[in-house]
Design a protein around this ligand. Structure first.
Ligand SMILES: Cc1cc2nc3c(=O)[nH]c(=O)nc-3n(C[C@H](O)[C@H](O)[C@H](O)COP(=O)(O)OP(=O)(O)OC[C@H]3O[C@@H](n4cnc5c(N)ncnc54)[C@H](O)[C@@H]3O)c2cc1C
Length: 367
């Protein structure tokens, strides 16, 4: 009989698995996916937090980054990798998990138009002039023209995460509850957590990594982002539109995501009036067609000071690992480094040096 306040895991008989994974964001999803492909046993614990960034992200995989339009880190390798990874996991789940939608970049000023042209003259990859400059005249107010960024992919996280969660449930590989570090015992030959025994625990706990007893000393740099969900019935959904912010179609008809902000200084993870007002103002100035705001979301990105992920096994606790620190690029970096981590765990393949947490050997020694 279940005692009061007793979590579900305690009621289960002893569970033995090779890997215990904390978190089913993008990192935990792809880590468990690649372990499943290798026929390895695992259990995922996740509390289904609606504010997890993986549930707020637009899923955009953009080969160009920032106002200076620099080529995104590792993008040449990442684009073919993620297309294949999302297509394959989508086939397993019978969903479309990725599609291509290029960005139409509306220049907010003559300086940005000039900067874009200059980058094209420098042969910057992925940037193209857009021949039909008046094509969007009925939809948008834009005085300084537009260019095109391509190829740009969208990972359909709002479809993928619940579908993968359902598969984990069907396979009895998911515990939907809060993980409590007080119950974790890391021993020489195994780890134990409530009724679960595993060879290793891998933390894919996103922003909770900042307070994780094993990894909190890593140089995380939390970054808050906000987005609005907007209904725009007359806007075609073949493109992602950009003017300072990105306006991108979601799966549901006529529904778009617009975002996001990048805040290094913030007091809480809640949506702010300031973002709502400024984004509403932008939409009023930019769109010539009606729109209606449906929702306002905010989340904290698990970013890092060096803007590089954290992957690997703790140098002093060989049964404890991490996949985290994906920052603003989790949709492309999570699948890529999940695969690397699985190859490292199973076949001792080396991790990429600038993602491998062994680079923080000295910091982690202070634990
Ligand atoms: C507004 C916004 C827009 C973004 N847009 C993009 C984009 O377009 N493209 C892109 O590539 N990236 C984007 N990102 C970044 C991307 O969302 C993140 O890099 C990525 O989601 C991180 O995934 P994760 O699995 O590491 O962490 P998370 O998504 O945080 O997942 C961690 C999971 O662990 C669970 N968990 C943690 N602790 C516990 C616990 N103690 N017990 C139980 N469960 C626990 C959480 O509930 C969660 O489900 C965006 C982020 C934000 C905030």
């Amino acid at each position: 009989m279940k005692r009061e306040n007793e979590p579900a895991a305690i009621n289960k008989a002893q569970i033995d698995v090779e890997y215990l994974i904390l978190g089913q964001g993008l990192c935990g999803t792809f880590l468990s996916y690649y372990l499943k492909k290798e026929n390895r046993s695992f259990l995922v614990i996740d509390n289904n937090d609606d504010a997890a960034p993986s549930k707020i992200a637009a899923g955009i995989i953009n080969p160009v980054t920032g106002r200076r339009m620099v080529t995104t880190w590792m993008i040449e390798e990442l684009l073919p990798f993620v297309w294949h990874a999302y297509t394959q996991i989508g086939q397993l789940l019978d969903i479309t998990a990725i599609s291509q939608r290029n960005i139409i970049d509306f220049f907010p000023s003559p300086q940005m138009l000039e900067a874009f042209r200059k980058r094209i003259q420098e042969s910057a990859p992925y940037l193209y002039s857009f021949p039909e400059q008046n094509h969007f005249n009925n939809l948008f107010q834009y005085d300084f023209g537009c260019g095109e960024i391509r190829p740009v992919y969208t990972a359909h996280t709002e479809r993928l995460l619940p579908a993968w969660r359902q598969l984990l449930k069907n396979d009895e590989c998911l515990l939907e509850e809060d993980f409590d570090h007080n119950h974790l015992r890391v021993k020489e030959d195994k780890i134990e957590y409530k009724g679960i025994r595993a060879d290793k625990i891998i933390f894919c706990d996103g922003v909770n990594g900042f307070v994780n007893p094993y990894f909190r000393l890593l140089p995380f740099a939390p970054n808050k982002g906000e987005a609005l969900i907007v209904q725009i019935p007359d806007l075609p959904d073949q493109f992602i539109y950009k003017k300072g912010m990105l306006l991108t179609p979601l799966q549901e008809k006529d529904v778009f995501w617009i975002g996001s902000s990048y805040e290094w200084n913030f007091t809480d993870a809640n949506p702010t009036r300031k973002f709502l007002d400024s984004t509403q103002h932008l939409l009023k100035e930019w769109l010539k067609i009606p729109f209606k705001i449906l929702d306002h979301k905010a989340g904290i990105r698990p970013a890092t000071l060096e803007r590089r992920p954290f992957a690997g096994i703790h140098p002093f606790h060989r049964r404890v690992g991490i996949l985290n620190g994906m920052g603003t690029k989790g949709c492309s970096l999570a699948p890529f480094f999940a695969k690397q981590l699985v190859d490292h765990l199973l076949y001792q393949e080396p991790l990429q040096a600038d993602a491998d947490i062994s680079r923080y050997h000295k910091i982690l020694a202070r634990n």
